[in-house]
Write a protein of this length. Sequence first.
Length: 318
Amino acid sequence: MGLSDLLGFSRLKTGLTRTRDNLTTQISRMVKGKTTLDDALLEEIEEMLIGADAGIDTSVAIAGEMKRLAREKRYVNDEELNALLREAVLSHFKQQDYCGFDEVVSSISKPVVVVVVGVNGVGKTTSIGKLANRYRQAGKKVLIAAADTFRAAANEQLEVWAARAGAGLLTQKPGADPAAVAFDSYTSARSSGVDLLIIDTAGRLHTRVNLMEELRKISRVLKKVDPSAPHEVLLVLDASTGQNGLNQAKQFKAAVDVSGIILTKLDGTAKGGIILAITSELGLPVRFIGVGEGIDDLEPFSAEAYVESLFGSERAVE
């Protein structure tokens, strides 16, 4: 494990502290001294997973996988029983393709176009700044387009984050057509050799039909200049909202072609199990997770690191 991976793992493990304390500590107490995975214990494990917002269906599936593994593998103590839980959760992620954002965009001709969507208050602007910073640090030329033309403070907030990240920023006058902003930003990005174009959109209630139609229009306009654009539509969700965030995701996915999730505020919630529900019920990968307030506190999601942060031992960081 390299230094950057080690630091990322450490931040993730710290960010999941409340989830780990509320989930795995209780599970460890339940299985301590037990060497039989009976139905009563499985039901308790299901309840704990549901309490962490992993979702009912996902929790039942994980418990079922534990039962299957227990038939295949002998275990003699609670530590080995806990290892079955880790393996069952990890198997959940292996059922789908969870290649990272870097791998997704590496074969795309620049500019790579990313549209960022979400409701107000989930940390969308902050996530855009962190994403821009991540790729600026990797030596990429980044342009942020301010297509939220309705909220008065939107441009000012983006200006702060763009400056901190060392990214370019394209803005237009208040009330401008967001789709026109997206079009102009793509034209500018292509002519100036930008590697990554991040398009901010207005925070909106997922139930507002007219605002969701605006997102569709942005996508249609981009496809006129690049049929493959946008290459990613990232939905920002607040981890602390739990199942409410999942409902938001379902609405956004129905309206626009969401390709991945940025999960924020993971450091302040005991509902870190929502990652399991998102990946299971929506079939969407979590691209990035926010684990703090700093500009560097945006981590690419790794199923292995996530599971190890929740259920693993200190050996993971050796």
